[in-house]
Design a protein around this ligand. Sequence first.
Ligand code: NI
Length: 145
Amino acid sequence: MLPCVGMSELSRIGVAIDSELLGKFDRLIAQRGYTNRSEAFRDLIRDELVERTWESPDSQVVGTITLVYNHHVRLLSEKLTDIQHDFHRSILSTLHVHLDHDHCLEVLVVKGKSAEVRKVADTLISTKGVQHGRLTISTSGADLK
Ligand code: NI
């Protein structure tokens, strides 16, 4: 079974699936707001394809890095800024939100080779004082329908 990537016409496929499993799938997609199974199936396939792309170090990827940290931690803000300058080629944009008196949230939009983008994320997230960090992988959408 081939997904419809790169094809302009629709292919119809039949999928044999255990009814109990299908019931669980239907409840899951209803909770997520899907109005039909086809779009839910397509999204699962796209998600898997995006994951695969990220597995090859040289693939061009797009994503976001989210960081939460306490800006009172000594030199932490400076350190995070230094790291971002070191990797400036991979960072398209940064959003900084002062969450409360102590905490900052940053969202970085990243783009580039998968290995480089992961390196930026790992370096930032593992910096001492960062309370939570996550790399969200996405795609430019160019290879997906
Ligand atoms: Ni702040």
